[in-house]
Design a binder for this molecule. Structure first.
Ligand code: TA6
Length: 309
C-alpha cells in the first residue's frame, strides 16, 4: 500500500470560461469540484492506475466532509484527522487559450491536539505502507519542522518517504532525509548557497544533495520533462510532446508515478518513465490530479530516459 499525507487538503475547483477579465463579470462555462490538495491528487492518480492507496491528513468543516465523501465516491480509501477548522478551497481559472490562474486559500489553523492526533494516526498507517508521500503546503499553526517529525515517524515504521513541498517546509523537512524530493531550481540554489548558472551546475547541485543522504531528487523542467539524480547518477527525462488541456496537478501525477514504481521495486529508469507518463497524462485531462490509465500506458513508450553521468 501507498499512503499519501495532505496536511492542507482542499476542494480543488476548476472554472473553465472564455476569458477572465479583471473588474468585470465573467460567466463560467464548466465547473469541476474535486477532493484536492497535492497529496490527495497523488492518491487519486495512484488509485486510477489500480494500485492500493490510502489518503490521510487534516480535514474539517463542510469542505472536509465534501473531500471525504468525494474520496469515498472515487473508491479511494481515506482516514483523516477531523479538525475544528474548515478545509480550504483552491480555485483554478482556465480561459479558452489554456491560460490558468490559481487562487489558493491558506487553509485552517491546526491546534496542538490535532497535530498530536496526526502523529498517532500516522505510525500504524506507515507500518502497513511501502511508500508514504507527504505533499503540499503546511496550514497555519503547524511548525515548519512538522514534516521532519512525521517523516521520522514513517521511517521508523520502515516506510520509504517522499516529500513534495516547497520553501522552508521543504528545507526543514529535508533534514529528516526523505528518500525522494522534488525541489525547484531556486530551492537547489538556496541549499547550495549560490546561484545556478546552467544545467551542469544544477546537475552538480543535485548530486551534492544526494551526498547529504537524499537518494532520489527530481527537478521539473515543465513540459520538457525533468532532471533527476539517483544515488550519484544523473538522468535527463524527456516528456512526450502533447497539447496540454490543464497542467494543474501534473507535478502531483509525477509523484504518483514515482511512488507506484518505487513501491513495486522498479529500477529508477522505469520509475522516472512512469512518473513522466503520469504527469503528461494529467495535462491531457480538464480535471486537476486526474489521468486516464490508457493515456499513461500509451505515453510510457514515448518517454525517453537518458543517463547523463
Ligand atoms: O499541484 C496543484 C495543486 O495540487 C492544486 O490542486 C491545489 O490544491 C494546490 O496544488 C495546493 O498546493 P499547496 O502547495 O498549497 O498545498
Amino acid at each position: 500500500m501507498i499512503v499519501t499525507v495532505t496536511l492542507n487538503a482542499a476542494i480543488d475547483k476548476t472554472y473553465h470560461l472564455p476569458a477572465l477579465a479583471a473588474g468585470q463579470v465573467s460567466r463560467v462555462d464548466r465547473v469541476y469540484a474535486e477532493p484536492g490538495g497535492k497529496g490527495i491528487n497523488v492518491a487519486r492518480v495512484i488509485a486510477l492506475q489500480g494500485v492500493p492507496v490510502l489518503a490521510t491528513g487534516f480535514a474539517g468543516g463542510s469542505n472536509g466532509d465534501f473531500i471525504e465523501r468525494g474520496l469515498t465516491r472515487q473508491g479511494i480509501a481515506h482516514d483523516f484527522v477531523k479538525i475544528e477548522g474548515e478545509s480550504r478551497i483552491c480555485l483554478n481559472i482556465m480561459d479558452q487559450d489554456g491560460i490558468s490562474t490559481e487562487l489558493l486559500e491558506p487553509g485552517p489553523t491546526i491546534a496542538g491536539q490535532e497535530m498530536e492526533a496526526m502523529r498517532q494516526k500516522l505510525a500504524p498507517l506507515a507500518a502497513r505502507a511501502k511508500v508514504v508521500a507527504f505533499s503540499g503546503s503546511l496550514p497555519a499553526g503547524v511548525p515548519k519542522s512538522f514534516y521532519a517529525e512525521l517523516i521520522g515517524i514513517a521511517q521508523r515504521q520502515g516506510a520509504v518517504v517522499f516529500l513534495d513541498t516547497s520553501g522552508e517546509a521543504l528545507m526543514r523537512g529535508a533534514e529528516a532525509k526523505p528518500y525522494f524530493i522534488k525541489p525547484n531550481e531556486d530551492e537547489v540554489a538556496q541549499w547550495l548557497g549560490h546561484s545556478i548558472e546552467d544545467e551542469n551546475a544544477l546537475k552538480q547541485g543535485m548530486l551534492r544533495l544526494n551526498e547529504t543522504g537524499i537518494p532520489c531528487i527530481s527537478v521539473s523542467m515543465g513540459a520538457q520533462g525533468s532532471l533527476a539524480a539517483f544515488h550519484g547518477v544523473c538522468y535527463r527525462v524527456h516528456a512526450p510532446k502533447v497539447d496540454a488541456v490543464n497542467a494543474v496537478g501534473s507535478g502531483d501525477a509525477y509523484v504518483a508515478g514515482m511512488a507506484i514504481g518505487t513501491a513495486q521495486g522498479l529500477p529508477v529508469e522505469e520509475c522516472l518513465r512512469l512518473a513522466t507518463a503520469s504527469g503528461t497524462a494529467n495535462a491531457l485531462t480538464a480535471r486537476a490530479g486526474y489521468v486516464e490509465p490508457e493515456d499513461v500506458k500509451r505515453l510510457l513508450g514515448e518517454v525517453v530516459v537518458e543517463r547523463i553521468g
